[in-house]
Design a protein around this ligand. Structure first.
Ligand code: GLU
Length: 329
């Protein structure tokens, strides 16, 4: 009897334990399944921008926030990069799903020309064009440099390696009969160019970005900056060879102590994706961005130039079908 009782007790405890264990196990498994399905539903949108002292970077941060707030299941983040050319390569290898790029660089990539010669990027699609990016050639008044011709023999920051800026610098110098052999070329981000210009380690810097650009504001806060003009004849020559340039004026007062207008050329910034992005996601992204333009304005003053009406101006590659659907509805 005693034995029987003890046996029964042991059995009862075992079965209770077993029940508890399997119960817990089942619960845990259910928890894991939930996490897995949540993860499966999360769509990651990594956004390639540019250097931290440019315009792509703050706008990209604002866009990531817009996407996170407005599209269910999207996990968007913006990252600092070497800008346009590097961004297209990141789109191509799938490390980002969306990128800020210049419309000229996007065209070269989609058509396999210039820096993408023999390396045509298949499936590159446009979401929207954004705002003009002006090629600003910055120096300090104390360098005595007054024109592009004066850059001969000088140390010139031509943008980060892999930037659109670098391509613009090369093309503008060439149109002015200057090659990289005539200058000391420095591949620097906008922030690096600004600090090197301030420290006297470079003489001038090319900055292709919406103005005012943080890097130039930073230099101008401590020094008298001079913006070198791109004269009309150089602009004409440039536009003959490269159709994406347009003539613009950098108005007096864009930067402290800049008291006259400066002739310049600009290209357009745009958002690029690939055909790997599904139509609904591209549609949702376009819709979220164009329904929250105030947040872009708050991130940078060029945000005021981003409108649905202008979103096709200067588009240099085929539109993604999702964006086409959004802009045509
Ligand atoms: N357009 C520049 C480039 O691709 C970057 C501009 C920015 O960072 O705002 O080189």
């Amino acid at each position: 009897m005693k034995l029987f009782k003890r046996g029964f007790l042991v059995l009862a405890i075992f079965s209770l334990l077993a029940m508890l264990l399997t119960g817990c196990g089942a619960k845990q498994q259910a928890g894991e399944n939930n996490e897995q399905s949540e993860q499966a539903e999360k769509v990651f949108v990594n956004i390639a921008t540019g250097g931290t002292a440019g315009v792509y970077y703050p706008l990209g941060g604002a866009m990531a926030e817009i996407l996170n707030k407005n599209i269910d299941g999207v996990n968007a983040t913006a990252q600092s990069t070497g800008a346009s050319v590097a961004n297209i390569n990141m789109l191509k290898d799938g490390s980002v799903q969306m990128a800020f790029v210049q419309n000229d660089i996007a065209y070269y990539a989609a058509n396999g020309t210039e820096m993408f010669k023999d390396q045509k990027v298949e499936g590159l699609k446009g979401l929207a064009t954004l705002y003009p990016e002006t090629i600003q050639i910055v120096t300090l008044d104390k360098t005595g440099i007054n024109s592009i011709a004066d850059l001969k023999g000088k140390r010139v920051a031509v943008g980060a390696a892999g930037s659109g800026t670098e391509a613009n610098a090369r093309q503008i110098l060439n149109a002015s009969d200057i090659t990289y052999d005539d200058i000391t070329v420095q591949y620097l981000s906008f922030a690096e160019a600004a600090s090197n210009l301030k420290d006297g380690n470079v003489d001038a810097a090319f900055v292709t970005a919406g103005f005012p650009t943080a890097a130039i504001q930073d230099i101008a806060a401590q020094h008298n900056v001079v913006l070198l003009p791109v004269p009309g004849d150089v602009a004409d020559k440039l536009m003959q060879d490269y159709s994406f340039y347009t003539k613009v004026t950098i108005p007096a007062g864009t930067y402290p102590k800049q008291d006259s207008d400066v002739e310049a050329v600009s290209v357009m910034s745009m958002l690029a994706v690939t055909d790997a992005m599904d139509e609904q996601l591209a549609y949702n992204i376009a819709k979220a961005i164009y329904s929250n333009l105030d947040a872009l304005k708050a991130a940078h003053s060029v945000g005021a130039m981003i409108t649905k009406e202008k979103a096709q101006e200067g588009m240099s590659i085929p539109l993604h079908p999702g964006a086409e659907k959004f802009f045509n509805e």
